[in-house]
Design a protein around this ligand. Structure first.
Ligand code: SER
Length: 356
């Protein structure tokens, strides 16, 4: 079985061997970017490299990026706890090409990692492409040997990725796994696509354009690649569990909450435990990156996340402040990969306690 920490290193090691520079995660508050509430994807720190404004000494990179999708264009807050896959905080594993390789190599790199590196079975996998992207469809056919029914053409913004209202963007191709008939849901593009049966776990974006204003879209100087794999989703696949909340890392956080509350989750209240575990991560990482609860902007989103967690703690019968007691468990799980959690532990603990 592959633990979360092991999957992260497998991914980065693979891309290191493929000539990528391993770059540290950037903070959750994007530097010098007023267009974004939080870092919501791995490509955010490379925005200016894609558009040609900034030069780096490498043309291929790979990261494990802290991401928050609560508030702003990509917002998953209200789904969290109630689906098997939504999180407000997650780690996005990505590989990037800045005018180096493009579609074909990106598909080949992804395919080799998931089938050879992670051992996923081809007959469980399918992909989507943007409806007009014959080129990507052709590469999937050639590289993965997929028949047409495994390459689903999607005509909506689901397969055209944009960072926000402005910024680099392009058509994308998402990789899905079918987790079996016993789970409700249908393939992408079907009326049941919101179910959990078909899980999207890796998005390959063929970055080609820059949205300059709402009306104006121009070509990027060089076609580039931005991919994002949800680490927690990959962990759920490799660990053979149905939800991200049943992976090793989340189990340990939910165990910590259970001992603090004095009872474990049941079918009726498991959503509350999941909300608490997810929101513990987003709140703690946001505080570690300098966001404090307030009544506006980023601080307000943080406050909403914290209070949503606290409401669920109340629902579980906690009569004493709970969240701050869970910080050591989080630091144990993630402090090695993200030392800012260790450095910020006292501030995180105090902030949670005070707010509760
Ligand atoms: N930017 C794309 C996404 O967030 C791929 O990394 O899905």
């Amino acid at each position: 079985m592959s633990g979360v920490n092991e999957i992260r290193s497998t991914f980065l090691d693979y891309f290191r061997k493929e000539g990528h520079e391993i770059v540290a995660s950037s903070p959750l508050v994007p530097r010098n970017d007023p267009t974004l509430m939080f870092t919501n994807a791995g490509m955010v720190q490379f925005k200016n490299v894609f558009t040609g404004l900034e030069k780096r000494p490498y043309s291929r990179a790979s990261t494990a990026q802290k991401s928050v999708r609560a508030g702003g264009k990509h917002n998953d807050l209200d789904n969290v706890g109630y689906t098997a896959r939504h999180l407000t905080f997650f780690e996005m594993l990505g590989n990037f090409s800045f005018g180096d390789y493009f579609k074909e190599r990106a598909i080949e790199l992804a395919w080799n990692l998931i089938t050879k590196g992670f051992g996923l079975k081809k007959d469980k996998l399918l992909v989507t492409v943007y409806h007009t992207d014959d080129e990507a469809a052709g590469y999937w056919k050639k590289i993965a040997g997929f028949s047409d029914d495994r390459i689903i053409r999607i005509p909506t913004s689901d397969n055209f990725w944009a960072m926000g209202d402005t910024g680099p963007c392009g058509p994308c191709s998402e990789i899905f796994i079918d987790r079996g008939e016993h789970i409700w849901g249908g393939p992408p593009g079907s009326p049941e696509e919101d179910g959990d049966r078909f899980l999207e776990f890796w998005n390959l974006v063929f970055m080609q354009y820059e949205q300059v204003t709402k009306e104006e879209r121009i070509d990027l100087p060089r076609p580039s690649i931005d991919t994002g794999m949800g680490l927690e989703r990959m962990a759920s696949i490799l660990q053979g569990v149905e939800s991200v909340f049943e992976t090793d890392l989340f189990r340990h956080l939910i165990d910590a909450a259970s001992s603090a509350i004095g009872q474990g989750p049941s079918e009726e209240n498991v959503a509350s435990y999941r909300v608490i575990a997810d929101h513990l991560r987003s709140s703690s990482f946001l505080v570690a990156d300098g966001v404090l609860p307030s009544n506006e902007g980023r601080g307000y989103v943080l406050r909403r996340i914290m209070r949503r967690a606290m409401r669920h703690a109340q629902l579980l019968g906690a009569r004493e402040p709970l969240m701050w007691q869970l910080v050591p468990a989080l630091v144990r799980e993630m402090g090695q990969a993200y030392p800012e959690l260790v450095r910020g532990e006292a501030l995180i603990t105090e902030t949670l306690k005070l707010e509760e």
